[in-house]
Ligand binder design. Structure first.
Ligand SMILES: Nc1ncnc2c1ncn2[C@@H]1O[C@H](COP(=O)(O)OP(=O)(O)OP(=O)(O)O)[C@@H](O)[C@H]1O
Ligand SMILES: [Mg+2]
Length: 310
Protein backbone atom coordinates (compact mmCIF):
# COMPACT_ATOMS: atom_id res chain seq x y z
CA UNK A 1 0.00 0.00 0.00
CA UNK A 2 1.59 3.28 -1.12
CA UNK A 3 1.11 6.37 0.97
CA UNK A 4 -0.25 9.34 -0.95
CA UNK A 5 -0.58 11.83 1.85
CA UNK A 6 0.90 11.99 5.32
CA UNK A 7 1.10 14.50 8.13
CA UNK A 8 2.89 14.27 11.39
CA UNK A 9 2.86 16.59 14.38
CA UNK A 10 1.08 19.22 12.31
CA UNK A 11 0.43 22.19 14.58
CA UNK A 12 -1.03 25.67 14.09
CA UNK A 13 -1.80 28.36 16.61
CA UNK A 14 -3.75 31.56 16.08
CA UNK A 15 -2.57 33.69 18.98
CA UNK A 16 -3.58 31.74 22.07
CA UNK A 17 -5.82 29.35 20.16
CA UNK A 18 -4.43 25.94 19.28
CA UNK A 19 -6.32 25.33 16.03
CA UNK A 20 -4.44 22.18 14.96
CA UNK A 21 -2.74 20.17 17.65
CA UNK A 22 -0.01 17.76 16.56
CA UNK A 23 -2.19 16.15 13.93
CA UNK A 24 -1.14 12.85 12.35
CA UNK A 25 -2.77 11.58 9.21
CA UNK A 26 -1.93 8.97 6.62
CA UNK A 27 -3.92 8.42 3.43
CA UNK A 28 -3.10 5.56 1.09
CA UNK A 29 -3.05 5.94 -2.66
CA UNK A 30 -6.54 5.44 -4.03
CA UNK A 31 -8.14 5.85 -0.63
CA UNK A 32 -10.96 8.27 0.16
CA UNK A 33 -10.38 9.70 3.63
CA UNK A 34 -12.95 11.80 5.42
CA UNK A 35 -12.11 14.37 8.04
CA UNK A 36 -15.31 14.67 10.04
CA UNK A 37 -15.65 17.45 12.56
CA UNK A 38 -17.88 20.33 13.68
CA UNK A 39 -17.39 24.02 12.88
CA UNK A 40 -14.07 25.30 14.12
CA UNK A 41 -12.56 21.85 14.73
CA UNK A 42 -9.54 22.62 12.54
CA UNK A 43 -10.43 21.00 9.22
CA UNK A 44 -9.68 23.99 6.96
CA UNK A 45 -6.56 24.89 8.91
CA UNK A 46 -5.27 21.32 8.49
CA UNK A 47 -6.02 21.38 4.79
CA UNK A 48 -4.41 24.80 4.37
CA UNK A 49 -1.16 23.37 5.73
CA UNK A 50 -1.39 20.27 3.53
CA UNK A 51 -1.91 22.26 0.34
CA UNK A 52 0.79 24.77 1.24
CA UNK A 53 -1.23 27.96 1.66
CA UNK A 54 -0.84 28.09 5.45
CA UNK A 55 2.55 27.69 7.14
CA UNK A 56 2.51 25.21 10.04
CA UNK A 57 4.09 26.22 13.35
CA UNK A 58 5.58 22.76 13.46
CA UNK A 59 5.18 19.34 11.93
CA UNK A 60 5.33 18.08 8.38
CA UNK A 61 3.00 17.31 5.50
CA UNK A 62 4.09 15.18 2.55
CA UNK A 63 2.42 14.37 -0.74
CA UNK A 64 3.80 11.24 -2.38
CA UNK A 65 6.92 11.74 -0.30
CA UNK A 66 7.42 15.41 -1.22
CA UNK A 67 7.51 17.79 1.72
CA UNK A 68 4.90 20.48 1.08
CA UNK A 69 7.15 23.20 2.48
CA UNK A 70 10.58 22.01 1.33
CA UNK A 71 9.57 20.75 -2.12
CA UNK A 72 6.47 22.86 -2.77
CA UNK A 73 6.57 22.62 -6.57
CA UNK A 74 6.54 18.82 -6.65
CA UNK A 75 4.03 18.51 -3.84
CA UNK A 76 1.61 21.14 -5.09
CA UNK A 77 1.65 19.76 -8.63
CA UNK A 78 0.25 16.49 -7.30
CA UNK A 79 -2.57 18.07 -5.33
CA UNK A 80 -5.89 19.43 -6.50
CA UNK A 81 -7.35 21.78 -3.91
CA UNK A 82 -11.02 22.71 -3.81
CA UNK A 83 -11.39 25.43 -1.18
CA UNK A 84 -14.43 26.00 0.97
CA UNK A 85 -15.18 29.29 -0.80
CA UNK A 86 -15.82 29.47 -4.52
CA UNK A 87 -12.83 31.14 -6.19
CA UNK A 88 -14.03 31.76 -9.73
CA UNK A 89 -14.82 34.62 -12.13
CA UNK A 90 -18.55 35.42 -12.37
CA UNK A 91 -18.12 37.36 -15.65
CA UNK A 92 -16.62 34.39 -17.47
CA UNK A 93 -18.53 31.31 -18.58
CA UNK A 94 -17.99 27.98 -16.82
CA UNK A 95 -15.84 26.82 -19.72
CA UNK A 96 -13.80 30.05 -19.76
CA UNK A 97 -13.16 29.74 -16.04
CA UNK A 98 -11.78 26.24 -16.52
CA UNK A 99 -9.72 27.33 -19.53
CA UNK A 100 -8.23 30.08 -17.38
CA UNK A 101 -7.17 27.62 -14.67
CA UNK A 102 -5.89 25.19 -17.28
CA UNK A 103 -3.66 27.89 -18.76
CA UNK A 104 -2.28 28.67 -15.31
CA UNK A 105 -1.14 25.06 -15.20
CA UNK A 106 0.50 25.31 -18.62
CA UNK A 107 -2.15 23.61 -20.74
CA UNK A 108 -2.64 25.02 -24.25
CA UNK A 109 -4.48 24.40 -27.52
CA UNK A 110 -6.23 21.12 -28.14
CA UNK A 111 -5.03 19.54 -24.91
CA UNK A 112 -6.59 22.38 -22.94
CA UNK A 113 -9.88 22.23 -24.87
CA UNK A 114 -10.12 18.46 -24.39
CA UNK A 115 -9.28 18.63 -20.72
CA UNK A 116 -11.90 21.33 -20.11
CA UNK A 117 -14.59 19.36 -21.97
CA UNK A 118 -13.75 16.21 -20.01
CA UNK A 119 -13.98 18.10 -16.70
CA UNK A 120 -17.33 19.62 -17.62
CA UNK A 121 -18.56 16.05 -18.10
CA UNK A 122 -17.06 14.92 -14.79
CA UNK A 123 -19.10 17.53 -12.90
CA UNK A 124 -22.16 17.18 -15.14
CA UNK A 125 -22.26 20.74 -16.46
CA UNK A 126 -21.48 20.33 -20.15
CA UNK A 127 -24.91 21.69 -21.10
CA UNK A 128 -24.41 24.92 -19.11
CA UNK A 129 -20.73 25.40 -19.98
CA UNK A 130 -21.18 28.46 -22.17
CA UNK A 131 -23.30 30.52 -19.82
CA UNK A 132 -21.80 33.07 -17.46
CA UNK A 133 -20.73 31.65 -14.13
CA UNK A 134 -22.60 34.42 -12.33
CA UNK A 135 -25.87 32.93 -13.62
CA UNK A 136 -25.14 29.51 -12.08
CA UNK A 137 -26.71 28.34 -8.83
CA UNK A 138 -24.42 28.12 -5.81
CA UNK A 139 -24.24 24.36 -6.22
CA UNK A 140 -23.29 24.60 -9.90
CA UNK A 141 -20.54 27.09 -9.05
CA UNK A 142 -19.26 24.60 -6.49
CA UNK A 143 -19.14 21.95 -9.20
CA UNK A 144 -17.07 24.20 -11.49
CA UNK A 145 -14.84 24.89 -8.47
CA UNK A 146 -14.25 21.13 -8.18
CA UNK A 147 -13.50 20.86 -11.90
CA UNK A 148 -10.98 23.72 -11.50
CA UNK A 149 -9.19 21.70 -8.81
CA UNK A 150 -8.86 18.79 -11.24
CA UNK A 151 -7.60 20.68 -14.27
CA UNK A 152 -3.91 19.70 -13.89
CA UNK A 153 -4.74 16.01 -13.37
CA UNK A 154 -3.70 15.83 -9.72
CA UNK A 155 -3.30 12.46 -8.05
CA UNK A 156 -4.74 13.67 -4.75
CA UNK A 157 -7.93 15.70 -4.59
CA UNK A 158 -8.62 17.70 -1.44
CA UNK A 159 -12.16 18.96 -0.97
CA UNK A 160 -13.06 21.26 1.90
CA UNK A 161 -16.78 20.92 2.71
CA UNK A 162 -17.79 20.81 -0.94
CA UNK A 163 -21.53 20.53 -0.30
CA UNK A 164 -22.16 23.18 2.34
CA UNK A 165 -25.04 25.41 1.31
CA UNK A 166 -25.84 23.70 -1.99
CA UNK A 167 -29.20 22.49 -3.23
CA UNK A 168 -29.93 18.75 -2.91
CA UNK A 169 -29.58 18.12 -6.64
CA UNK A 170 -26.11 19.68 -6.79
CA UNK A 171 -25.20 17.92 -3.57
CA UNK A 172 -25.97 14.55 -5.13
CA UNK A 173 -24.12 15.53 -8.31
CA UNK A 174 -21.07 16.48 -6.24
CA UNK A 175 -21.15 13.26 -4.22
CA UNK A 176 -21.53 11.19 -7.38
CA UNK A 177 -18.65 12.99 -9.10
CA UNK A 178 -16.40 12.34 -6.12
CA UNK A 179 -17.47 8.69 -5.97
CA UNK A 180 -16.69 8.29 -9.68
CA UNK A 181 -13.25 9.90 -9.25
CA UNK A 182 -12.50 7.53 -6.36
CA UNK A 183 -13.65 4.56 -8.44
CA UNK A 184 -11.21 5.70 -11.14
CA UNK A 185 -8.32 5.63 -8.66
CA UNK A 186 -8.19 9.19 -7.29
CA UNK A 187 -6.95 9.67 -3.73
CA UNK A 188 -9.35 11.95 -1.89
CA UNK A 189 -9.26 13.92 1.34
CA UNK A 190 -12.76 15.13 2.08
CA UNK A 191 -13.85 17.31 4.97
CA UNK A 192 -17.40 17.55 6.14
CA UNK A 193 -19.63 17.89 9.12
CA UNK A 194 -22.24 15.69 7.48
CA UNK A 195 -21.71 12.14 8.60
CA UNK A 196 -24.00 10.74 5.88
CA UNK A 197 -21.69 12.18 3.21
CA UNK A 198 -18.52 10.90 4.74
CA UNK A 199 -20.15 7.50 5.17
CA UNK A 200 -21.16 7.47 1.52
CA UNK A 201 -17.94 8.71 -0.03
CA UNK A 202 -15.10 7.69 2.30
CA UNK A 203 -13.31 4.40 2.93
CA UNK A 204 -11.89 5.70 6.19
CA UNK A 205 -12.90 8.48 8.54
CA UNK A 206 -11.01 10.53 11.09
CA UNK A 207 -13.11 12.27 13.71
CA UNK A 208 -11.53 15.65 14.43
CA UNK A 209 -12.23 18.06 17.27
CA UNK A 210 -10.10 20.83 18.76
CA UNK A 211 -7.46 20.13 16.10
CA UNK A 212 -6.92 16.52 17.07
CA UNK A 213 -8.00 13.21 15.57
CA UNK A 214 -10.03 11.54 18.29
CA UNK A 215 -10.74 8.31 16.47
CA UNK A 216 -10.10 6.82 13.07
CA UNK A 217 -11.38 3.86 11.12
CA UNK A 218 -13.88 2.68 8.54
CA UNK A 219 -17.41 3.89 9.28
CA UNK A 220 -18.22 0.35 10.46
CA UNK A 221 -15.21 0.29 12.79
CA UNK A 222 -16.17 3.64 14.28
CA UNK A 223 -19.72 2.51 14.89
CA UNK A 224 -18.33 -0.62 16.54
CA UNK A 225 -16.77 1.67 19.16
CA UNK A 226 -20.17 2.59 20.51
CA UNK A 227 -21.22 1.18 23.84
CA UNK A 228 -22.42 -2.36 23.17
CA UNK A 229 -26.12 -3.08 23.34
CA UNK A 230 -29.01 -2.95 20.99
CA UNK A 231 -31.82 -0.76 19.84
CA UNK A 232 -35.03 -1.60 18.10
CA UNK A 233 -37.88 0.45 16.82
CA UNK A 234 -41.28 -1.13 17.29
CA UNK A 235 -44.38 0.13 15.57
CA UNK A 236 -47.56 -0.65 17.46
CA UNK A 237 -51.31 -0.32 17.03
CA UNK A 238 -53.39 0.55 20.07
CA UNK A 239 -52.62 2.39 23.28
CA UNK A 240 -49.04 3.59 22.81
CA UNK A 241 -48.85 5.04 26.34
CA UNK A 242 -49.84 1.70 27.85
CA UNK A 243 -47.26 -0.02 25.66
CA UNK A 244 -44.59 2.42 26.81
CA UNK A 245 -45.46 1.78 30.45
CA UNK A 246 -45.38 -1.99 29.94
CA UNK A 247 -41.87 -1.84 28.46
CA UNK A 248 -40.65 0.73 30.99
CA UNK A 249 -41.47 -1.77 33.74
CA UNK A 250 -38.75 -4.10 32.41
CA UNK A 251 -35.41 -3.80 34.18
CA UNK A 252 -32.45 -2.76 32.00
CA UNK A 253 -34.58 -1.56 29.10
CA UNK A 254 -35.24 2.07 28.22
CA UNK A 255 -38.12 3.16 26.06
CA UNK A 256 -39.30 6.35 24.41
CA UNK A 257 -42.55 6.68 22.50
CA UNK A 258 -43.16 8.79 19.44
CA UNK A 259 -46.59 8.63 17.79
CA UNK A 260 -47.13 4.93 17.05
CA UNK A 261 -43.49 3.99 17.49
CA UNK A 262 -41.52 2.86 20.49
CA UNK A 263 -37.76 3.14 20.53
CA UNK A 264 -36.37 0.43 22.76
CA UNK A 265 -32.76 0.30 23.93
CA UNK A 266 -30.89 -2.04 26.19
CA UNK A 267 -27.31 -2.13 27.36
CA UNK A 268 -24.64 -4.77 27.11
CA UNK A 269 -25.79 -8.36 27.47
CA UNK A 270 -28.46 -10.59 26.05
CA UNK A 271 -30.91 -9.48 23.38
CA UNK A 272 -33.97 -8.13 25.21
CA UNK A 273 -36.33 -7.94 22.25
CA UNK A 274 -38.10 -11.19 23.22
CA UNK A 275 -38.78 -9.80 26.73
CA UNK A 276 -40.10 -6.58 25.23
CA UNK A 277 -42.46 -8.40 22.86
CA UNK A 278 -43.73 -10.56 25.75
CA UNK A 279 -44.41 -7.40 27.77
CA UNK A 280 -46.37 -5.93 24.85
CA UNK A 281 -48.42 -9.09 24.36
CA UNK A 282 -52.08 -8.32 25.09
CA UNK A 283 -51.35 -4.57 25.47
CA UNK A 284 -50.96 -3.50 21.83
CA UNK A 285 -50.58 -5.12 18.42
CA UNK A 286 -46.99 -5.11 17.14
CA UNK A 287 -47.01 -4.07 13.48
CA UNK A 288 -43.31 -4.06 12.77
CA UNK A 289 -39.92 -4.31 14.52
CA UNK A 290 -36.69 -3.01 13.11
CA UNK A 291 -33.17 -2.98 14.52
CA UNK A 292 -31.82 0.59 14.60
CA UNK A 293 -28.34 1.05 13.20
CA UNK A 294 -25.95 3.30 15.12
CA UNK A 295 -24.85 6.45 13.30
CA UNK A 296 -21.56 8.29 13.11
CA UNK A 297 -23.37 11.17 14.79
CA UNK A 298 -23.72 9.02 17.91
CA UNK A 299 -20.09 7.96 17.70
CA UNK A 300 -19.21 11.61 17.59
CA UNK A 301 -21.42 12.39 20.55
CA UNK A 302 -19.86 9.62 22.58
CA UNK A 303 -16.30 10.70 21.70
CA UNK A 304 -16.68 14.41 22.23
CA UNK A 305 -19.79 14.88 24.33
CA UNK A 306 -21.01 17.37 21.74
CA UNK A 307 -23.18 17.11 18.69
CA UNK A 308 -21.70 17.23 15.19
CA UNK A 309 -24.00 20.00 14.04
CA UNK A 310 -24.65 23.19 15.94
N1 LIG B 1 -7.13 33.33 10.39
C1 LIG B 1 -7.54 32.98 11.60
N2 LIG B 1 -7.30 33.76 12.66
C2 LIG B 1 -7.68 33.40 13.91
N3 LIG B 1 -8.34 32.25 14.19
C3 LIG B 1 -8.62 31.43 13.16
C4 LIG B 1 -8.24 31.75 11.82
N4 LIG B 1 -8.65 30.74 11.02
C5 LIG B 1 -9.24 29.85 11.82
N5 LIG B 1 -9.23 30.25 13.11
C6 LIG B 1 -9.76 29.51 14.26
O1 LIG B 1 -9.16 28.22 14.29
C7 LIG B 1 -10.08 27.20 14.64
C8 LIG B 1 -10.15 26.18 13.52
O2 LIG B 1 -10.72 26.78 12.38
P1 LIG B 1 -10.93 26.03 11.00
O3 LIG B 1 -11.37 27.04 10.01
O4 LIG B 1 -9.71 25.24 10.69
O5 LIG B 1 -12.11 25.05 11.39
P2 LIG B 1 -13.04 24.16 10.43
O6 LIG B 1 -13.09 22.81 11.05
O7 LIG B 1 -12.62 24.27 9.03
O8 LIG B 1 -14.47 24.84 10.64
P3 LIG B 1 -15.70 25.01 9.60
O9 LIG B 1 -16.45 23.70 9.64
O10 LIG B 1 -16.51 26.11 10.22
O11 LIG B 1 -15.16 25.36 8.26
C9 LIG B 1 -11.40 27.92 14.88
O12 LIG B 1 -11.53 28.13 16.26
C10 LIG B 1 -11.25 29.23 14.14
O13 LIG B 1 -12.00 30.24 14.75
MG1 LIG C 1 -13.54 24.97 7.33
Amino acid sequence: MRTALECEGLTKRYGGLLAVDGLKLCVAQGEAYGLLGPNGSGKSTTIGMIVGVLAPDSGIARVHGHDVWRQPRQAKGLVGYVPQEVALYPDLTGRENLRYFGRLFGLRGRRLAERVSALLDVVGLADRADQLLGTYSGGMQRRINIAAGLVHEPSVLILDEPTVGVDPQSRNAILESVQRLVADGMTVLYTSHYMEEVEKVCDRVGVIDHGRILAEGTPEELMGMLAPGGRTEIEVEGDVRAAEAAVAALAGVTVTAHRSRLLIAWGEGADRLADVLRALDGVVTVVRTEAVRPTLEEVFLQLTGTSLRD
